[in-house]
Write a protein that binds this ligand. Sequence first.
Ligand code: GLU
Length: 496
Amino acid sequence: MTVRTRIAPSPTGDPHVGTAYIALFNLAFARQHGGQFILRIEDTDQTRSTPESEQAILDSLRWLGLEWDEGPDVGGPHGPYRQSDRKEMYRDFAMRLVEEGSAFLCFRTAEELDQLREAGKAEGRQRALKQSDLELPVEEMERRMAEGMPYVVRMKVPEEGICQVDDMLRGTLELDWAQVDAQILLKSDGMPTYHLANVVDDHLMQITHVIRGEEWINSAPKHKLLYQYFGWEMPKLCHMPLLRNPDKSKLSKRKNPTSILYYQRMGYMPEALLNYLGRMGWSMPDEREKFSRDDMFAQFDIQRVSLGGPVFDQEKLSWLNGLWIREELSPEQFAARFQQWALNPEYLMQLIPLIQPRVERFSDVAPLAGFFLSGMMPVSEASFEHKKLTIEDVRRILQFSSWYLDEQRHWGKDGLFEGLKGLGEGLGFKIRDFLFPLFVAISGTAQSVSVVDAMAILGPDISRARVRHALDSIGGTSKKQAKSWEKEYRSLNAGQ
Ligand code: GLU
């Protein structure tokens, strides 16, 4: 048997360090067994998936040195490797299960589902919605079908009992069927859900080992049942521990930058970031901290993964990156890397149109544009002195902006400007005054290029981190204050 592993990201946002972490372990496992590693794009959620996000995922995984043998851009014998290009096929598989009696058409409306859930709660029912709850009398179902009402395909699941799932790291897991609902397999628009598409594709792509994050453990019973219904052999499952913030909560962009693009723009070496991700829950047999991708592959053993939640700590990463920079690069290599990072034409050409109209000599460039090549900006209360704003106003503006920026999924200068303008007006500030604290937070000074232009170029993670950093540098927001402000923020948003 040839070992085949895969990473199956959904292209719905910035490329996440968690995706790279899981990809690394899949690649290491495949290489250790002389197998193959596949990249598949799971874009069945058409409202949230974007081609830009897909491209950014491919670029950043490749930047890190995670190469796949088959994928949407390199092809392969089991393609296409993007689920939206495989759409037609899933319907046939869903219908096969309906014909065989393992799945059923469900014509229930959203209101009816709410009512059923409410009624279940009122009766004190502890279990999820099952086919027996959803069933309609035959005539009613035929009527709805004849009227062409929308329907979904759901799988049948046992009403009670225990499902046993074997996990390569966790042994046999026992999950309660009562908590598993009659999962939708095919949505009313004809698109498959994650569960159906994932199982069908893993089977057709001959995946032998599914190594993924522990957040998918609860999906395992549904997947196991689908493999049984189809009569297919199930790949071996391995659920990796989730990455955590230093306070042990689940790694989230509200507390810690999660985008690979952030680490790229902050000037980390890809080798060091990959090395650090390899240290998440895993260690070399000799416990050495610095190792290359190929060292890791040579020594890899998945059984050395420990399940205690690995902490992704930027300070530790920076320390490791420092080792790589000082020990692995000759001065010539350092120069070449730095040039590539700071002065590559793609980045430079975004800055030049903003800088050129504002300078008289080349020596004016660095003071004006230095913040494009920096990490966090050193600011203090004095940096925010302003004729019309008190320091309390500044705190409020930064806090509200920080929430706003956290929520933005599309990061373009026009959208940001409109959104911030609306927020500023809602809070009763003139736009110029409102943008002042953001200017300082982002560029370190009030005299600089347009702050929305700068944020668009720096990207969401650096921008968010700088606003958060500025807020912390002037004392932050107390929990109590944040609570009442957040209420106000929500009502402002609702009013827009
Ligand atoms: N599309 C899922 C994700 O976004 C894949 C989960 C899996 O590996 O099964 O992570």
